[in-house]
Design a protein around this ligand. Sequence first.
Ligand SMILES: [Zn+2]
Length: 365
Amino acid sequence: MIDSHGHPVAEGGGPLDLSSINVQLAATADERAERARSSPSRLSHEILSVRLATYLDCEVEEVGEARGRASTDWPGYVRGLFADAGIHGVVLDPGWKLEATTAQAERFSELIGCPVRPILRLEPLIDQMIQDGAGAQEVFFAVQEAVRQAPASGYRGFKTIIAYRTGLKVDPESNLERAQRSLDETRGLPPRRRGKALRDLILRSALGWAAEMGMPFQIHSGFGDSEIRLSEANPLLLEELLQTPEGSAATVVLIHGSYPWHEELAFLTLARPNVYAEISEFNLYTVGTVAQRLEQILDFAPTARVLCGTDGHGHPETYWFGAHVLREAWATVRRRWADQGARSSWLEDVERDIMERNTARLYGF
Ligand SMILES: [Zn+2]
């Protein structure tokens, strides 16, 4: 499998706190303690614990400590997990920090022993410039320059988390004048919620730049960590943007299966030939229903435009777990479709496409 979406992991091993594999962010010690108390009551925590206990050959209660012992040779441990999960390539979003670079992707590639294709996330630059008091025009041209420079730095695609900022209802009519006004009128807000018209203008333009460069563009849709306003992350909110020349020209990858809007995502993928559906993240967090969710997407979308990933992050076990869960889910869907009469040669092709070939084609593996 080539993983279509992931993030870097820690640079060293040690005991594992399973409750930190969570969409619930916890900034303070009290919040972390609360999270540690409630986390074991989640199904995904239970299944991950049991499977890791088997992998580490220990009792479920000892997983955290056993992982500490197993990971003393960190690269060896990480590579073992990736090999067991059958992952031999990763599309990597190096992260939320402005200093996240392709050098991180190189270190990650060395650690996991597989090729990695990094993508450039736009928001760290936008947020920093807004925070520093830059004007709309200045931000716009800085992002344009960063996008233009991206291939030379080794990036193979782009990503936006505008869903976490001002939402997916991007106004295609935005211009520089409105962009500046949106900064002026939101001075009292935190930077992440400021400048909607500026962010909308940048995204529409960046889709056009990416299209000219022939590079794919990941758009975060659906659930994420607890900072997201889920009501602003419905992929249907993108319909106006997708109707624009830039939105129709770019290779748009809607990530995370747009959870919980799988059928909406499937429709957008079918209706718009430049839209791709990426499946990741919910295979880490809603493990009881992955086959059902996967089938809702594959049932309608062209499988030639569906990509499978994990959203692995922080701990290499997330890649391992996400890949296994997804593969099992696909096996369930495949059996059902075979029972309905789909040919095994066709099913074999679909499997190769969604697990590997579609991602390899888009990101140049
Ligand atoms: Zn992610």
